[in-house]
Design a protein around this ligand. Sequence first.
Ligand code: SF4
Length: 464
Amino acid sequence: MSVFPPVLTQSQALSGLECKRRAWGLTRSTGSASSMQRELRVESRRRLIDAALHLLAPHADRNVEASNGLVSVTADAVEAGRTLFAVRSGASIKAHHIDLLAIQWWTLRTAGFDIDTCLVLHVNPQHRAPGPEPLFVKHDVTRAVRTAAADLASEVQALQSIVTGDRPEPEPGSHCNRPFVCPYFDDCHTGASTDPLSDLYRVKERLLRRLRSTGVTRIQDIPEDFPLPAVATRQRNAIQAGHAVVDSNLSDALDRVEAPVAFIDFEAIQPAIPAWEGCRPFEAIPVQVSIHLVDCDGTVEHHEWIVSGPEDPRSELARLVAPVVSRATTLVAYYAQFENSMLKALAAHADGTNRDALIAANERFVDLLPMIRDHVYHPEFRGRFNLKTVVSALLPDLAYDDLAVNRGDIAGLLLEEYILHGQPADAPARAALLDDLLAYCRRDTLTLLRLVELLRRMSAEPTH
Ligand code: SF4
């Protein structure tokens, strides 16, 4: 690295206000987000900024760049050289929004702009399309920004010498995963040790301190008589045993899965700018579904549907889903709260029998997430119970690595581009994207089906 202090980007400077280690890392890499995810998020943010400025600051200059030799910034907009605008997607103003505006305000002023007002435009959670509440609201945050910028000159100078030096020590805190998970999270929280105490599932800091005070740093070294919560006890036992540990009550929990069973998974879009009548900003709208329906004799039927155009899909989706779920005694999902909310959203767009079927189905869910969390632990879970981690450990043949789309958040962003913005534009690429999205959702429900089969086999040989 050059011995000359670098000109920091605004995100490097913002990171450095919270953690020097993160700023040091960001000056050497571009972070860990996949490029597809990054591009989709950038595009979605660009549209949000365009919409907000079009409505509330149509004459402002957009993407205003400035540098004072220490930091370079790109402001969302500046009007008449005096008013700085920031557009935020959230429904309220957070501390890091003010910190970012403070960096922009200070940089712009020291670069020759005479900024005297800072305004944040953000999505109005009270809006329901088409109105009458406005979609965006405007807040004057000038005073808070001036206060936050008071010591920036000395802080940025100190930061520049830090990022050109040796790697600083981590400064762990809530900023490690809020508002975003830091790209260096695993480095800082795992270190060289395998199964560190930080992987323990929901163990209070007070207990962790007690363990560390006795020299214990790894889960496998926790004494048997140390009082851990039930899930963490199973976690320690599995790590010490080197294989999955299964609770003897698992078969009772599985008794609730009565055939016919509908293994169900929805994909949704959550546009900041509501697309259809009655929607709120960021409301999750179901646009795709996969259902594996297993009958009493073991026959498996697969049903799937995905949106094909820009029209509101909820009525059509409700008509397809209602008759299928009405045949099921049990519905199985992973984190069923989400599928529950999707069925409710569809019920609001269904009539008569279909509406009743969708509402009634909500009473028959079995959620595999708590079932696994409360009865099974595999050493490769590493304290996590999300579906991808559980499948990688228990059903590696069904891990999602072979799929072109393999994450729910990316699927949602791709669906939003496809439905609302006609992207990709050419027909073969659109058809290929639909195939990839169908394959992803189908894999989710097949995985649920296989998980239940596996849990039934495991419950026959508990190892608690
Ligand atoms: S994980 Fe936390 S301590 Fe580590 S670099 Fe990121 S913010 Fe800093």
